[in-house]
Design a binder for this molecule. Structure first.
Ligand SMILES: [Zn+2]
Length: 71
């Protein structure tokens, strides 16, 4: 890759989970809403996990007890 091509690459921004703005990578706090980036990410992931678990619970209810991941 040439130097010129590298300079044209857009930096990878990270999404603030609190306000959905893109923030410079490495920023500890969001420049827009001043959320703690790590905390916002952790909150987002736990909310996502809860949503996935809720979805799985609904699927178990809908499709019965024949759980494919019986251990
Ligand atoms: Zn933000």
């Amino acid at each position: 890759m040439t130097k010129r091509a590298q300079g044209r690459l857009a930096p990878r921004f990270v999404l603030c989970r609190a306000c959905n703005h893109f923030v410079r990578p490495g920023a500890r706090t969001c420049a827009f809403c001043e959320a703690d980036m790590a905390q916002a990410e952790a909150d987002y992931e736990s909310a996502l996990r809860e949503a996935l678990e809720a979805t799985a619970a609904v699927e178990r209810l809908l499709f019965g007890a024949a759980s494919p991941d019986r251990r």
